[in-house]
Design a protein around this ligand. Structure first.
Ligand code: BV8
Ligand code: ZN
Length: 255
């Protein structure tokens, strides 16, 4: 059992605005590979960052669409873990909680979190390259791309344009309104929790620095060292699915 610092627990009980910033590590215990993990199946010879680009989609739309469909399938087969549940529970204890995620899965929403700020888009919301209309998936469970690895992207029912994954690729800008809201929240945070991110991807990773500059009490939960270790006030080494429920229990004891 991790003993969290009493000043942190006090800060969480008194903080009027808590900001939670999550990365791929928050979904790791749900079985969703992080970007640091090696790819599996047909994509093991690719680095995720190579596939998550406009150029990769232009060069081989079926390979990239197949990769996203296999990830969408993995998310549909996964369940939210203790980290997602603890964050949803935290919102019930504090006057205001802003959840900002780099993740493209919907596990925060399925754990009960609302108004999630998805900095890098969402797997569930692909759209047409031509008219940008949102594409609704017909089938419930995505096709299993593990055999072929390739799936032809669907066509837009309205203009016939090619449908693309609803995510922000490397080299693409983050959605303006989401980015603005995230920066504002980071600047107003009383407590800023950085959960399961390597803090490598920019400009997302700069949110923690904004919170530090604005005087927030900053906390990091990650089993591994990150570039933010020397900057945040508290770092707890371990899996978020185990540590976050303990943090909630110590901040707001249920008995
Ligand atoms: C942009 C969607 C510019 C796709 C993703 C400086 C400023 C601006 C840009 C840049 C810059 N420097 C470099 C850039 C370019 C680039 C970038 O950051 N490159 C990196 C590689 C250096 N940034 C961009 O291109 C961004 N765009 O800035 O546009 C621009 C400006 C104006 C006009 C035009 C353009 C866009 C970046 C968005 C990329 N898309 N996702 C998809 O998912 O397929 S990012 C992708 O990486 C995921 O979202 C993922 O979340 C993220 C990786 O970060 P993490 O979440 O941290 O995941 P990671 O695997 O790295 O780490 C996991 C961590 O979890 C580890 O630390 C591990 O220890 C920990 N962990 C493991 N298990 C657990 C755990 N923690 C807790 N519990 C556990 N159980
Ligand atoms: Zn269209």
């Amino acid at each position: 059992m991790t003993e969290f610092d009493e000043q942190l627990l006090e800060g969480m009980r008194k903080g009027r605005h808590i900001v939670v910033f999550t990365g791929a590590g928050a979904s790791a215990e749900s079985g969703i590979p992080t970007f640091r993990d090696r790819q599996s199946g047909l994509w093991q010879k690719f680095d995720a960052a190579e596939l998550a680009t406009p150029g990769a989609f232009r060069a081989d739309p079926s390979l990239v669409w197949g990769w996203y469909e296999s990830r969408r399938r993995a998310v549909r087969c996964a369940q939210p873990n203790g980290a997602h549940e603890a964050i949803a529970q935290m919102a019930r204890h504090v006057p205001r909680l802003t959840l900002i995620t780099q993740n493209v899965d919907d596990l925060h929403e399925r754990a009960g979190s609302r108004d999630v700020l998805h900095l890098h888009g969402e797997l569930a919301h692909p759209y047409c390259e031509g008219c940008r209309r949102r594409h609704d998936f017909q089938e419930q469970t995505p096709p299993d791309a593990c055999q072929t690895g390739r799936i032809e992207p669907p066509r837009c029912a309205t203009c016939g344009g090619r449908i693309r994954p609803g995510v922000v690729w490397f080299g693409e800008s983050l959605p303006g309104a989401v980015w603005q809201a995230s920066c504002e929240a980071a600047r107003q945070a009383h407590v800023f929790l950085c959960i399961g991110t390597s803090s490598v991807v920019q400009p997302a990773a700069s949110l923690t620095g904004l919170a530090i500059e604005a005087g927030a009490m900053t906390v990091q939960i990650n089993p591994n060292p990150t570039s933010m270790d020397g900057d945040v006030r508290f770092t707890y080494r371990g899996p978020a699915g185990m540590l976050l429920p303990q943090l909630i229990e110590q901040a707001w004891p249920s008995n």
